[in-house]
Design a protein around this ligand. Structure first.
Ligand code: AKB
Length: 361
C-alpha cells in the first residue's frame, strides 16, 4: 500500500472522528407521542449523557416535550424533517415506533403502506447517513408484532400452540405485511447492505426487533389496534362504563404489560451484540382467552358490564394471530424475563394504577 492509499483510507476515519467530537450523542424516538414512546421517554429521560429527540405527527404533550433536547413534528416519510439532525446529533439508537396499527391500516391500506413501509425506509436511509458521518452503525430498534403471523384456520391455531419466530409467516393484514417486510429490510441493512461491493461496506445498522404481543397499559387506551379489546375492557370497567367486546369469548392471543414491554425493548437495545444470534424475537407473558380476561376484570370491578359482540372482520384478524408465542430465543439470548403474569399484572399493576387514574376507591 502506498502512502497515498494510506492517506485515502485515513481521511474518512479522521472526518468521522472530528464529526463525532462535534455532535452530541442522542436517541431518536419516532412515534414518540404514543404509549410505547411515552414509556421509553420516561425510562430514558434521566440519562444525562444522551439527548432525546422525539418525532411525532402530533404535538408532544408538554411533559414529554420537556424531556427532549429537540422535538420534531411532522410526517415520518419527510426526509427533510430529519436532515438537520445530522449536524447536531450522533444518533446512537433509533426506536422506530411510528406506525398505523392493524384495524386502522385495514381502513386505508395504501396510507398504512406509506407510513409503515415508506416511513421505515426513510429512517433506514437516515441511519445509513448517520453511520457514514460518524463511522459507527446505528442501533435500530424496531417493534414488530404478532400480526406478522397468519394461521390459516382455528384448528391449526389450536394445534400450533406457542408459535416460533420462523413459523406461519403469511400475514392477512396490511399491517402484518408491512411489519414483516420491515423486519426483512432491517435484516438486509444489518447483514447484507451493498453486498456486491468489494469489500462490502461495514453494516450501517445494528437491527434489533421485537414482535410485540397485545400490550396493556394502565395509563393509556390504545387506538387503531385489534388487540385493543383487552385494555378497552379494563379501562371501561374502571370508569363504570359498559363494554361490548369486539371478539368472541374464546378468542386467544398473547399479551404483556406495558412496563414489561418497555423493559424488554430497552434490554434488547443494550444487549451485547455478540450474544444476539437473531434479528427478531417474540415477546409475550400471558395468553388468556377474552373470556378469561373479562372474568378477571369482573373480579376486581364486580359492577363491570361486559358483553361479547364480535366484529367479524376484527375477529378474523385475531383468529389469524397465534394463540401464544414461543419466547425461548429472547429468554436465552438476552434475558427476557417479564415481571407480570396475568394475575400479578392485574393485582399489582393494572388495577391499582387504573383506580388511581380514574379516582376509583
Ligand atoms: C394491533 O392490534 O394492531 C397491535 C399489534 C398486535 O401489533 N396492538
Amino acid at each position: 500500500m502506498t502512502g497515498a492509499d494510506r492517506r485515502r483510507m485515513q481521511e474518512p476515519a479522521d472526518a468521522a472522528a472530528a464529526a463525532t467530537r462535534a455532535a452530541q450523542p442522542a436517541v431518536l424516538i419516532t412515534g414518540a407521542g404514543g404509549e410505547v414512546g411515552h414509556g421509553l421517554m420516561d425510562a430514558l429521560k434521566d440519562d444525562a449523557a444522551t439527548a432525546l429527540v422525539g418525532l411525532d405527527i402530533r404535538e408532544l404533550p408538554e411533559e414529554y416535550a420537556a424531556m427532549c433536547a429537540e422535538t420534531l413534528r411532522g410526517d415520518i416519510c419527510d426526509a427533510t424533517l430529519l436532515q438537520p439532525l445530522h449536524e447536531r446529533y450522533r444518533i446512537t439508537h433509533i426506536y422506530h415506533l411510528a406506525a398505523l396499527l392493524s384495524s386502522r391500516a385495514e381502513r386505508d391500506p395504501e396510507q398504512a403502506h406509506r407510513i409503515n413501509v415508506d416511513g421505515s425506509m426513510t429512517l433506514f436511509r437516515f441511519a445509513v447517513e448517520q453511520a457514514r458521518r460518524y463511522g459507527e452503525p446505528v442501533t435500530f430498534v424496531y417493534p414488530s408484532s404478532i400480526a406478522v403471523y397468519g394461521l390459516p384456520d382455528l384448528a391449526t391455531k389450536e394445534r400450533a400452540g406457542a408459535v416460533g419466530e420462523p413459523q406461519f409467516l403469511d400475514p392477512v393484514t396490511m399491517y402484518g405485511c408491512n411489519k414483516l417486510y420491515v423486519e426483512h429490510l432491517g435484516r438486509y441493512f444489518s447483514r447484507h447492505y451493498r453486498q456486491i461491493e468489494m469489500p462490502p461496506p461495514p453494516p450501517p445498522v445494528d437491527f434489533r426487533c421485537v414482535r410485540y404481543p397485545g400490550l396493556i397499559s394502565a395509563h393509556t387506551v390504545p387506538s387503531g389496534g385489534t388487540s385493543d379489546y383487552a385494555p378497552e375492557m379494563l379501562h371501561a370497567a374502571a370508569q363504570g362504563e359498559p363494554y361490548a367486546c369486539f371478539v368472541r369469548e374464546d378468542a386467544r392471543i398473547p399479551f404483556m404489560t406495558m412496563p414489561d414491554a418497555i423493559e424488554a425493548t430497552l434490554t434488547l437495545a443494550h444487549a451485547p451484540r455478540e450474544s444476539l444470534r437473531h434479528c427478531v424475537y417474540n415477546l409475550g407473558a400471558f395468553a388468556p382467552r377474552a373470556e378469561g380476561f373479562a372474568e378477571l376484570v369482573r373480579e376486581f370491578f364486580p359492577q363491570a358490564r361486559i358483553t361479547f359482540e364480535p366484529h367479524p372482520k376484527r375477529q378474523a384478524m385475531v383468529d389469524s394471530w397465534p394463540a401464544d408465542v414461543d419466547t425461548t430465543a429472547a429468554r436465552t439470548e438476552w434475558g427476557f424475563a417479564p415481571k407480570h403474569d396475568l394475575h400479578t399484572a392485574f393485582a399489582e399493576y393494572l388495577v391499582p394504577a387504573v383506580k388511581r387514574r380514574y379516582g376509583v376507591a
